[in-house]
Design a protein around this ligand. Structure first.
Ligand code: SAM
Length: 286
C-alpha cells in the first residue's frame, strides 16, 4: 500500500471533526447528476469515513466503498457503510462493468498516478466515472504553511513580496530539519485535477456548489498542530511545532491577512467509461 494509507490511518480519528460536513447543496447536486445518468450502484474510490457514501446510501443508492486506509474505512463501517474493500484505486478486485458508476470525492489530488485510477474506474463502471473536484482560481488565497500555495505570478507586487518572504522563512525552517521544501510540487498536486479536466474534457460537468467561505484561521492552525492532514504528517514533529508557532506569530502581526473570504466552487465531472478504456495504458504522460 502507498505511504498515504499509513497517513490516513493516523488521521482517521480526527478526520470527521476536522473537515466540514459535505453541504446539502453539494450532496443534492451529486445525487441529481447520478440520477440523471440513471446510476444506482456506485463504487466510491477513496470512501474514507463515509462522508459521501452515507448520505448516498440514505437516499437509496447501492454503494460499495474502497480505500487504502483500513482505519478510515472502520469509521465508515461504524456509520453503516456495508460493502468495504481494502484496495488501491488502480487495482480494484471487481469484474468489468460491476457498477453503474464510480465516484471519487476529494481524492484526485492525493493520487500519484490519477490516470491509472481513472482507467481502472472506467473498467468497472458501466455508465460513468464521476469526480467531485474544487474549481481553483489561479490567484486564490490558500492557507498552506506559507499562507499561499497558488501561483505567485497571479499576485500583485506587494502581495507577492509578502508571500515570497513567507516562503523563504519556511524554506529556512525546512532546511534546518533537512526537509526538501518544494512548494511548487504541492501546487502541482492540486493542479492534477485541472489538468485531467483539461486533457479529457468530461462528458458532463455541473457546478454543485458555489459560495463564499470564510474559514477560521485558528481552527486551521490547530488542525495542522494535531496532524490532521496527510501533508503535515510527512514532516518531523519538531518542524511541525515550529511551523505552527511561526503561523501563529504571523497571524498575530497580520490580522488583516487571515480572515479573507474565499470563493469556493465545487463541480462534479462525469466521463463515459468507453472513452477512457479506449486510451489503453500508455496514452497519457502522468
Ligand atoms: C481526503 S479523503 C476523502 C474521503 C471521502 N471521499 C470524503 O470526501 O470525505 C481521501 C481518501 O482517499 C483514500 N485514498 C488515497 N489514495 C488512494 C488510492 N490510491 N486508492 C484508494 N484510496 C485512496 C485515503 O485513504 C482517504 O481515505
Amino acid at each position: 500500500m502507498p505511504a498515504v494509507s499509513a497517513e490516513f490511518d493516523r488521521i482517521a480519528d480526527l478526520y470527521d471533526e476536522t473537515r466540514r460536513a459535505l453541504d446539502q447543496e453539494t450532496l443534492k447536486g451529486v445525487k441529481e447528476m447520478l440520477q440523471k445518468h440513471e446510476c444506482h450502484t456506485i463504487l466510491e474510490i477513496g470512501v474514507g469515513t463515509g462522508r459521501v457514501s452515507v448520505p448516498l446510501l440514505e437516499s437509496g443508492f447501492r454503494v460499495a466503498g474502497m480505500d487504502i486506509s483500513i482505519r478510515m474505512m472502520e469509521k465508515a463501517r461504524e456509520k453503516g457503510v456495508p460493502n468495504l474493500v481494502l484496495a488501491e484505486g488502480s487495482k480494484t478486485p471487481f469484474r468489468d462493468a460491476s457498477f453503474d458508476a464510480t465516484l471519487m470525492a476529494h481524492v484526485f489530488h492525493l493520487l500519484q498516478d490519477p490516470m491509472s485510477v481513472m482507467r481502472e474506474a472506467a473498467r468497472v463502471s458501466e455508465v460513468g466515472i464521476f469526480a467531485l473536484v474544487r474549481k481553483r482560481n489561479p490567484g486564490e488565497q490558500r492557507w498552506g504553511f506559507s499562507f499561499y500555495e497558488g501561483n505567485v505570478n497571479a499576485l500583485d507586487e506587494n502581495e507577492r513580496k509578502i508571500v515570497e518572504e513567507r516562503r523563504e522563512r519556511f524554506r529556512k525552517i525546512a532546511e534546518k530539519y533537512g526537509v526538501r521544501w518544494d512548494m511548487s510540487q504541492r501546487f502541482r498536486n492540486w493542479q492534477k485535477e485541472d489538468e485531467i479536466l483539461g486533457t479529457f474534457p468530461p462528458d458532463d460537468l455541473k457546478v454543485v456548489s458555489d459560495k463564499m467561505v470564510t474559514l477560521n484561521f485558528e481552527e486551521h492552525i490547530s488542525r495542522l498542530e494535531r496532524g490532521a492532514y496527510s501533508s503535515i504528517l510527512r514532516i518531523p514533529e519538531a518542524m511541525r511545532i515550529e511551523i505552527v508557532s511561526e503561523m501563529r506569530s504571523f497571524a498575530a502581526s497580520h490580522p488583516d491577512r487571515i480572515s479573507r473570504p474565499r470563493h469556493e466552487v465545487y463541480q462534479l465531472a462525469m466521463w463515459k467509461p468507453q472513452r477512457l478504456v479506449a486510451l489503453g495504458n500508455n496514452s497519457v504522460g502522468y
